[in-house]
Ligand binder design. Structure first.
Ligand SMILES: Cc1ncc(COP(=O)(O)O)c(C=O)c1O
Length: 463
């Protein structure tokens, strides 16, 4: 920290926060006896709190967002310059950074052509849901309106997104939900013993077949879309097993179902490719993205589609209803695309995709080595710098450790000045996965420090 804030300033900030801020995802009773953590500065991989304590951030701003790291002057300057030129105009008009970022983004997404700007991942997903619904009305008399989503996946915080949410604990107490969303089973091979009929071999194909079973039970003529995370994030860091994606693509083509990939977490480098789906050679109809698009330097999210989808909203200009009758007020903010252009340029200039792939492999090896020493690590999985370690009380039964112990590991690391994450209040009885998503600039030294903190914490919590 550079001493910008005096101790007086900071104690006032803490009091103001405690008196008036309602923090996200937090039970506030804890603040009767302790202060909230207030992050006051960030540089590279590190952040400092109000006590001046340095933390190595292994979760990119808590929720896998700050992909290029903190303190990027180049992004801040671009945003400043854009704001001084023009900060906003509603998205019925265009903007210079909006056009230029769309062009840059589409270069990375062969097969897709159109970018719809919004301001959050939830909202981007809602846009895809609305487009699928409108297509159902236009082409199928409204019948092909159902949207499939997967157990353990998360697509956002609004009621419609929770209706497409596969995390029952996150959804609890927020119903009733929006009709027309139908769940398909998860594809977590490590827990296939909990799924009736799961085979010993070819699990990926089997898991995809379960989607087809749901389609057949519901009626293929009622299903308009299938929404999936490329790697499930908050539901347990779950990359799909071998053979899964190819089959998913075949099923979508067979039943004329639009494939919507939610890249809100994986998008823009997190897994070592621009987008998570690009590891698997699939061709989505919708790709939504948010967190890493501008690394949190400005709010921006995108719903990207193909020309085939876009054309369905413009082919009959005589029909007054035949266009996407939707607006996102803050989708017209110019700071978002201005920041996103620089964010993408940084990833290119600094070779961060290659670094993510290499450091992801290194971190996977280090976590697997940790599993040799700590029997509580049942499974290490993920892609690039998006990794999870599932903690189990017993490797044979795979019984999950209690969530309180998982949180104790997170708390111990925090005490050591390393911020890691864990699945929390998401899937009932299955909130037992430690989560790691350091910025794409992470070095071996950073990873060693993270893994060593986890090593110490596991030793103290589990013995
Ligand atoms: C996979 C996924 N989709 C969508 C969202 C929602 O994004 P936002 O919080 O920007 O609305 C999240 C947020 O964590 C997410 O993890």
């Amino acid at each position: 920290m550079d001493g910008t804030y005096s101790q007086n300033d900071l104690s006032h900030v803490v009091e103001a926060d405690k008196a008036h801020v309602w923090h996200h995802l937090v039970q506030h009773k804890a603040f009767d006896s302790k202060d909230p953590n207030i992050i006051i500065e960030g540089k590279g991989m590190r952040v400092w709190n109000q006590a001046g304590k340095e933390h190595l951030d292994a979760v990119s701003g808590g929720v896998w967002t700050v992909n290029v790291g903190y303190g990027r002057e180049r992004i801040a300057k671009a945003v400043y310059e854009q704001l001084m030129r023009v900060n906003y105009f509603a998205g019925a008009a265009g903007s210079v950074p909006g056009a230029l970022f769309a062009e840059k983004l589409i270069e990375k997404m062969p097969g897709l052509t159109r970018v719809y700007y919004t301001n959050s991942g939830s909202e981007a997903n809602e846009k895809a849901f609305k487009m699928i619904r409108q297509i159902a009305h236009k082409r199928y008399g409204g019948k092909k309106h159902k949207i499939l989503y997967r157990d353990r996946d998360y697509h956002g915080t609004t009621i419609a997104c929770l209706s497409a949410g596969g995390q029952d604990e996150r959804n609890a107490q927020y119903g009733p939900f929006t009709p027309g969303f139908v769940r398909v089973p998860h594809c977590l091979e490590y827990r296939k013993h909990e799924q009736e009929g799961a085979p010993a071999a070819n699990y990926g194909e089997w898991a995809a077949d379960q989607i087809e079973q749901v389609i057949l039970a519901e009626g293929p003529d009622t299903i308009g879309g299938l929404c999936l995370e490329p790697v499930t994030a908050g539901g347990g860091v779950i990359p799909a097993p071998e053979g899964y994606w190819q089959k998913v693509q075949e099923i979508c083509r067979k039943y004329d179902i639009l494939l919507h990939i939610d890249e809100v977490v994986c998008g823009v480098g997190r897994t070592g490719t621009w987008f998570g789906y690009q590891h698997y050679g699939i061709e989505p109809d919708f790709v939504t993205m948010a967190k890493g698009v501008a690394s949190g330097y400005a709010a921006i999210a995108c719903c990207v589609t193909s020309e085939r989808v876009f054309d369905m909203f413009k082919d009959d200009a005589d029909d007054p209803m035949n266009y996407f009758r939707d607006i996102s007020t803050f989708g017209g903010c110019t700071a978002g695309p201005a920041a996103a252009i620089e964010n993408m340029a940084i990833i290119e200039d600094e070779g961060l995709l290659a670094n993510t792939a290499a450091m992801g492999d290194y971190m996977t090896d280090q976590l697997n080595a940790l599993a040799d020493r700590h029997a509580v690590i049942g499974d290490v999985r993920g892609k690039g710098l998006f990794l999870g370690a599932e903690l189990v009380a017993d490797r044979t039964s795979k019984e999950p450790v209690p969530e309180a112990q998982v949180q104790a590991v997170v708390g111990d690391c925090m005490g050591q000045g390393v911020i890691i994450g864990a699945t929390n209040r998401s899937v009932p009885g299955r909130n037992n996965t430690l989560c790691f998503s350091p910025a794409l600039i992470a070095t071996k030294d950073d990873i060693d420090q993270i893994v060593s903190a986890v090593d110490g914490a596991l030793g103290r919590v589990f013995g």
